[in-house]
Ligand binder design. Structure first.
Ligand code: MN
Length: 147
């Protein structure tokens, strides 16, 4: 990767494609992904920029690797563990290992965030019916999650 990459327009960078969030699936909606820093050559993590369009959401998932996130555009909400939290621009979110999480943009506003993640990581797990039942025992989580 070049030492300097120019921003071409807000939330877009020279030579960095905007791709789909995940290869396939119906458990997410209206979300794009840009790999802003690829790992390797001395970097053990990578940094992605995800943008969720108004009303969209990321997949509800958990995994052994952690996420470190900074919101850089818009507002939204996140389920992390047993809490639903409202997010504003420049808020920080840490998702520990094996913690259920899902991001949603608010209506009428996108949610864009940088997400740092280990290069070597496990495949995300999605909740089975029993896990969904446990999550939905909390009314605020039941109202928030999308599957
Ligand atoms: Mn995740």
């Amino acid at each position: 990767m070049k030492p300097h990459v120019r921003q071409t327009e807000p939330f877009r960078w020279e030579g960095i494609p905007v791709s789909g969030y995940k290869p396939s699936g119906t458990h997410f909606s209206g979300i794009t992904r840009q790999l802003v820093f690829e790992g390797g050559s001395g970097l053990a993590c990578e940094l992605r920029y995800f943008e969720i369009e108004p009303g969209g959401y990321s997949s509800l998932e958990r995994h052994r690797h952690a996420h470190a996130i900074m919101v850089i555009r818009g507002t939204g909400g996140v389920l992390v563990g047993d809490r639903v939290v409202q997010l504003a621009t420049h808020d920080l979110v840490r998702v520990p290992p094996l913690t259920w999480h899902q991001f949603r943009a608010n209506d009428g506003v996108p949610l864009g965030f940088l997400c740092m993640v280990d290069c070597q990581r496990d495949v995300p797990e999605r909740p089975d019916d029993a896990a969904l039942t446990r999550l939905r025992a909390d009314p605020s989580i039941a109202a928030f999650i999308r599957t």
